[in-house]
Design a protein around this ligand. Structure first.
Ligand SMILES: [Zn+2]
Ligand SMILES: [Zn+2]
Length: 324
């Protein structure tokens, strides 16, 4: 948000084509923490990593061995269980470089599918399809896929026949849940339309819309195409910070993302000079009396915040009714 206020962009009057690359952005973030239930077979796979075992599932119907162990066979749909173990060694079937290092598809000895994991201490030039690798185990297991720190290039072959029937280690608790913190950082560009509106508000409390050349409606917030006619808007127009209530509601309920504390009054307001409804709050009135004292068609005016403008419609504290 600060980035937007600090670098206002002035694009009024210029061609209205989109040029998102030239516009300021602000940093956005979506955070989604969640708990994954691992499932019957994978919970055993995760737990046994601490014992340096790679547990798979062997389908009784088609014979495929999957690793990590699965509840159902991916090939035929048969119910499967964590009942076979594959070797901690295998061969690369594909690999790529990423900012986090080399990732590879690894066909572990005894498995019929590939496992995606890191290749440690290797450059792409060192690798080819068929390169032999061996698991490097993490020093302190935590019940996650990273209990295998990664795979390193090694010609060593694990002794024994693979796959081999798996016996659950005594006292191993399945890892039934895993916590994830999914996070998506992104830059949001306002674009020339919202950017112009927010600039006007930040620099001079100026509210601007665009006029549709066909229906002549002035749209606030401004947008590139008229919602009704689907033609490109062409002309910037200043609208007033006064308007008319078209609808209103007293909000008592709390909900996620709410910026005001209930109870408060939300209203659809048509600003003088515009044809569209702007949603904002009504203040300067006792909320308890709002239902009796407010009515549609009533005039309102913006009450701007005293604070430094941020360049958003939240710079308007609320709209207050104009009682005749
Ligand atoms: Zn199968
Ligand atoms: Zn139109």
């Amino acid at each position: 948000m600060e980035a937007k206020a600090a670098t206002p962009v002035m694009m009024r009057g210029e061609g209205l084509g989109s040029a998102p690359g030239e516009n300021p952005t602000f940093a956005g973030r979506i955070e989604l923490p969640y708990t994954l239930t691992t499932g019957r077979a994978a919970s055993v796979f995760l737990a046994e990593l601490a014992n340096h075992k790679l547990v798979g599932s062997r389908c009784e119907k088609c014979g495929d061995v999957a690793v990590p162990a699965q509840d159902f066979c991916a090939a035929c749909g048969e119910t499967t269980a964590a009942d076979f173990e594959v070797a901690p060694t295998g061969a690369l079937t594909g690999f790529t470089a990423t900012p986090a290092g080399v990732l590879a598809m690894i066909r572990l000895d005894g498995a019929d599918c590939d496992l995606v994991h890191k290749v440690l201490d290797a450059e792409l030039a060192d690798l080819e399809v068929g390169t032999r690798v061996a698991a490097r185990w993490a020093a302190s297991p935590a019940g996650s896929m990273l209990d295998v720190e990664g795979f390193e290039v090694s010609d060593a072959a694990a002794a024994g026949e693979w796959p081999q029937p798996f016996e659950a280690t005594a006292d191993v608790e399945p890892v039934l849940e895993q916590s994830y913190d999914l996070r998506l950082d992104y830059d949001h560009a306002f674009g020339p339309y919202y950017g112009t509106l927010f600039d006007g508000i930040a620099t001079s409390r100026r509210i601007q819309g665009v006029r549709c050349p066909r229906c002549t409606c002035v749209l606030v917030p401004p947008r590139e195409y008229c919602d009704a006619c689907f033609v490109r808007t062409e002309e910037w127009v200043d609208v007033a910070d006064t308007g008319t209530i078209k609808a209103f509601s007293v909000i008592h309920m709390e909900f996620v993302g709410q910026v005001r504390e209930p109870p408060y009054v939300y209203a659809e307001i048509v600003l003088d000079g515009s044809a569209t409804r702007l949603i904002h709050s009504i203040g300067g009135i006792d909320v308890e009396e709002a239902k009796e004292r407010l009515h549609t068609g009533m005039k309102v005016r913006a009450v701007w915040k005293d604070a430094e403008p941020t360049g958003s419609l939240e710079d308007i504290d609320y709209f207050e009714p104009v009682f005749d």
